[in-house]
Design a binder for this molecule. Structure first.
Ligand SMILES: *Cc1c(COP(=O)(O)O)cnc(C)c1O
Length: 409
């Protein structure tokens, strides 16, 4: 079975029951009977292995074209396990603009345990090459890994996995890719040279804002063994019921993503033409198809961001949305809107935020599977209210005040 959509639905045989059930069972068992002392059962204890988890792990390994998959209780648990393969003194080159929780895990946890992190603009090949190569004369060893996200958050820059993995490999480093925003439907980083791909499956893979989960897929045998060790010894494993929720979510991944992308394109084009919108960040806009294709992406996903024009308060837009929910996270069936400077990226000092382009006017949208016309109408009426507020704030206060006083009198 080679085609992706069929693989999503039934890529793996459901053959371990005698009932004909079309779905794999959920094994709520933490321990497994030995046939006799000295026998080697396939499973013995659920932290080490559980058939429901293994189904999901094989499913994601197949979809990402890797050799082994691993399911964790969250995206960050997955990232923690991956980074745990490095040792004190190892240097990791990290793309700028990575997920805030990842940034914090690196700088507030792993940095204290001897890893060093160098942030670099991964679009600048020369800068990346220099950062990975290090400087032996100065005692800076070559990096052990390059860690980056395919689409950056919330500005949606497109990283070129093939180019970055090539540079990493030239210096003996591995390439670790967070594929959360993209999913294997739109790109399989391992095919483009990456060594490890990981997901916050909380987002597009589960797809319904109802489960926290993380997935890792590896290609090489050694890194696979190391990640298995980390999974089994830290024990941040995904519980069977959650594994099944992610498994089921994955079956509709392509359907959801198709609608999300079509909606995102429609919303992005609407925003581009709106007088209260200054900039729109969405790599799925017409004219960028060749850039996407050149970087090995079959689509731009369902997240976009935009800036309102100066003077308009983005909170006036966000507080008046009704179809969009005001919430962090992304990738689910429902559309979400948020203000990065106050919500997802509030921990980043303002100066740092502005340096990477996350202005106070920037709004992020995660587009769901609703009717595009409803999403656009929702934004339209919220912009109208934001414009009224803008007029009220910028009207000649004296005249306006007198007028109001007169009316009220
Ligand atoms: C959400 C997210 C994470 C963290 O995943 P959790 O499931 O919340 O732990 C990591 N990377 C990206 C790109 C994310 O969006």
């Amino acid at each position: 079975m080679t085609r992706f959509n069929t693989q999503l639905v039934h890529g793996l045989p459901v053959g371990d029951n005698a009932t004909g059930a079309v779905n794999p069972p959920i094994y709520n068992s933490t321990t497994y009977a030995f046939e006799k002392v000295g026998s080697m059962p396939r499973y013995d204890y659920a932290r080490s292995g559980n058939p429901t988890r293994e189904f999901l792990e094989n499913q994601i390994a197949q979809l990402e074209h890797g050799t082994r998959g691993f399911a964790f209780a969250s995206g960050l648990a997955a990232i923690h396990a991956v980074l745990s393969v490095f040792k004190p003194g190892d240097r990791i080159v990290v793309g700028k603009n990575i997920y805030g929780g990842t940034y914090s895990l690196f700088h507030e946890y792993f940095a204290d345990r001897g890893l060093t992190f160098d942030a670099v603009d991964t679009h600048d090949a020369a800068a990346l090459e220099a950062a990975v190569a290090g400087d032996r004369a100065q005692g800076v060893q070559p990096a052990k890994a390059v860690y980056f996200e395919v689409l950056t958050n919330p500005l949606l820059d497109v990283n070129d996995v093939r180019a970055i993995a090539n540079i990493a490999h030239r210096h003996g480093a591995i390439a670790i890719v967070d594929n959360t925003f993209v999913t294997p439907y739109l790109q399989r980083p391992l095919d483009l040279g990456a060594d490890v791909v990981l997901h916050s499956a909380t987002k597009y893979l589960a797809g319904h804002s109802d489960v926290n989960a993380g997935l890792v897929v590896t290609l090489g045998e050694k890194i696979g063994q190391q990640i298995y060790f980390a999974q089994n010894r830290f024990g941040g494993v995904l519980a069977p019921a959650e594994c099944d929720a992610v498994r089921r979510g994955i079956q509709t991944l392509a359907l959801r993503m198709d609608r999300q992308q079509a909606n995102a394109k429609a919303v992005a084009q609407y925003l581009l033409a709106h007088p209260l919108v200054k900039t729109v960040n969405y790599p799925g806009l017409p004219g960028r198809e060749r850039e996407l294709a050149a970087k090995g992406l079959r689509g731009a996903g369902g997240v976009l961001s935009f800036e309102v024009v100066p003077g308009v308060d983005p909170a006036d837009v966000l507080d008046n949305l009704h179809v969009f929910r005001l919430a962090v996270s992304l990738g689910a069936v429902e559309s979400l809107a948020e203000l990065p400077c106050r919500m997802t990226h509030f921990e980043l000092p303002r100066e740092e935020r502005l340096k990477v382009g996350i202005t106070d006017e920037l709004v992020r949208l995660s587009i769901g599977i609703e009717d595009a016309a409803d999403l656009i109408e929702d934004l339209g009426q919220a912009f109208d209210i934001a414009y009224e507020q803008y007029i009220r704030r910028h009207a000649d206060v004296d005249v306006f005040g007198e007028l109001t006083a007169g009316v009220l009198a």
